[in-house]
Design a protein around this ligand. Structure first.
Ligand code: MG
Length: 292
């Protein structure tokens, strides 16, 4: 199922996308947190949504709504992975902004977080004007969303703990990322976390290694990679993180960005007002945001 949170005629709703319509499952203020609560509630709740999608009490046309992030207000920070594609690791390491360590390709996953308050939906503006350093950059990323409490999960069982997948644009103020050493400030400016357009359940996505990610700026392709090219794959990330820290239902893990970020060009191609940046992943959809 493709799960969505959206605004329709001034009301927040959540539901399931079926072709070009949405089966509405929750309406009103509770809808803002409905997808995360659905994940937390488990299989029975998911079956109820599946039934409602098959025989919906209310439908709205997809073209009549403003999509929000599928989880507009995550319960805690988004977990992100740095330098997780070989060519991007080299690109970033040689940029002068890499404060993580001596080696280009890390021996263990580089994990950082983005504040929940940076999340926006597809179509909403990335406020590049909030970046006082004019170094706003895009990072198209494939995300796994955790389905149940996960502690000390070994790799072979890791996919049992994945509820589904979405897309994140890990928008970054590069100069702030370098200046503050820890990446939180440079990664967490308000609106710097476009997410969506949907959260697609794992059963509908199937083999993630078959997925292709592409980022375009004003229609020009900047990043193109296969999820199979991740240095640390999703089972490795879940095993590593859950070894000492409980992951919770609804936690979002952004798996890292491939080569082709604006920083990698000479001179850098940072985002400017008026740009449109789009990240698409096969079987998930396209996340597209203007820059203001
Ligand atoms: Mg990133």
């Amino acid at each position: 199922m493709k799960l969505t949170t959206f605004s329709h005629a001034g009301t927040v709703k959540a539901g399931v996308v079926v072709d070009d319509t949405i089966a509405v499952c929750v309406s009103g203020e509770a809808a803002r947190d409905a997808v995360r609560k659905l994940i937390e509630a488990g299989d029975e709740a998911l079956s109820r949504w599946r039934d409602m999608a098959a025989d919906p009490p209310e439908t709205v046309a997809l073209s009549d709504v403003d999509l929000m992030a599928p989880i507009p207000e995550p319960r805690r920070n988004i977990f992100c992975v740095g330098k997780n594609y070989h060519a991007h690791a080299a690109e970033f390491h040689s940029s002068g902004f890499d404060s993580t360590g001596k080696e280009a390709v890390p021996e263990a996953p580089v994990i950082f977080t983005k504040a929940t308050t940076c999340v926006i939906g597809t179509g909403e503006a990335i406020r590049g004007s909030l970046d006082p350093t004019d170094s706003t950059d895009y990072e198209g990323e494939f995300c796994a969303v955790i389905g149940k409490r996960a502690f000390q999960v070994p790799k072979p069982q890791a996919y049992d703990y994945v509820f589904g997948y979405t897309i994140l644009n890990d928008v970054t103020a590069r100069v702030l990322q370098g200046k503050h050493n820890q990446w939180l400030i440079g990664k967490s400016l308000d609106t710097f976390g476009p997410m969506g357009p949907y959260l697609v359940t794992a059963d509908e996505v199937g083999d993630v290694d078959a997925l292709e990610l592409e980022t375009r700026v004003n229609g020009e392709t900047r990043q193109k990679a296969s999820v199979a090219d991740l240095i640390f794959d999703i089972p490795t990330l879940i095993e590593t993180m859950s070894a000492t820290m409980t992951l919770l239902p609804g936690d979002i893990i952004a798996t890292g960005t491939p080569v082709g970020v604006g920083l990698g060009f000479d001179p850098p191609l940072y985002l400017v007002a008026g740009d449109i940046v789009s990240v698409s992943v096969s079987r998930i959809g396209e996340l597209s945001n203007p820059v203001a």
